[in-house]
Design a protein. Structure first.
Length: 238
């Protein structure tokens, strides 16, 4: 989004765009409701309660949810069963090094995607969330920081974050399929997060111009360069 904001400023210099640090989906939605943000970014759809309070959402992109490891590790891929074994605490790295699993909080938007990978993965995630002393990252950036810098670290993040922030994280294939915009689009890689822009109802003209830019061919190309595919669906903002 920061890259999109910079490109929009060049195409529409009359509008000032300020990108604030990430505050999570629920935090962004609350900030829009409070009038502190014109556009909030969310990795989940709005609840009925949130819509009733006067906000609406626009889907704008999808990206693969990926598993990454610290680059000190030489591995390039895992199976779904192997990932479930890591989350359930039944596996260490083959060289005997301890796996440092990076978790997200139980209500994070990553959790439903992770649990949807397989029944065994759903049970393994529940097990991991109950284990004491786990490393829990509250934001996307904290999770990426931990995977990037903690020896032996392993965790879930998004392709778009790793590419757009040029993170030194090794992205793993899953069941032999590398995560990419192409494999996501042809459905050979099925583990995906959808992103939304959230605004108050009847947003101001500059806000609509920015949303239009994100959905334009130029915006779509920027998204794809950074691991996302542009999307649009019924019920979205005009």
């Amino acid at each position: 989004m920061r890259i999109l904001g910079e490109a929009f400023r060049k195409s529409d210099p009359g509008v000032r765009v300020e990108i604030l640090p990430g505050m999570g989906s629920s935090g962004s939605i609350k900030a829009v409701l409070a009038g502190r943000l014109d556009i909030g970014l969310s990795a989940r759809a709005l609840t009925d309660q949130e819509r009733s309070e006067g906000v609406e959402e626009a889907r704008y992109a999808r990206t693969p949810l990926v598993f990454g490891v610290n680059r000190s590790l030489g591995m390039t891929g895992l199976t779904r069963e192997g990932v479930a074994a890591i989350y359930s605490g039944k596996r260490d790295w083959e060289n005997g090094k301890r796996i440092r699993l990076v978790l997200r909080p139980g209500k994070d938007s990553d959790i439903p995607v992770l649990k949807g990978i397989s029944p065994s993965m759903s049970a393994a995630v529940d097990t991991a969330l109950r284990r004491e002393g786990m490393m829990v990252a509250t934001t996307d950036q904290e999770a990426a920081d931990a995977i990037e810098h903690v020896p032996g670290a392993f965790g879930a993040t998004t392709l778009s974050l790793l590419l757009s922030e040029k993170r030194a994280v090794r992205i793993l294939s899953l069941d032999g399929v590398p995560p990419s915009v192409r494999t996501m689009s042809d459905r050979s890689y099925r583990y995906v997060k959808t992103f939304f822009m959230v605004t108050k109802k009847n947003p101001a003209d500059p806000v609509l111009r920015f949303i239009d830019f994100v959905r334009s061919p130029v915006g779509s190309a920027i998204l794809e360069e950074n691991g996302q595919a542009s999307v649009r669906g019924t019920g979205d903002l005009p």
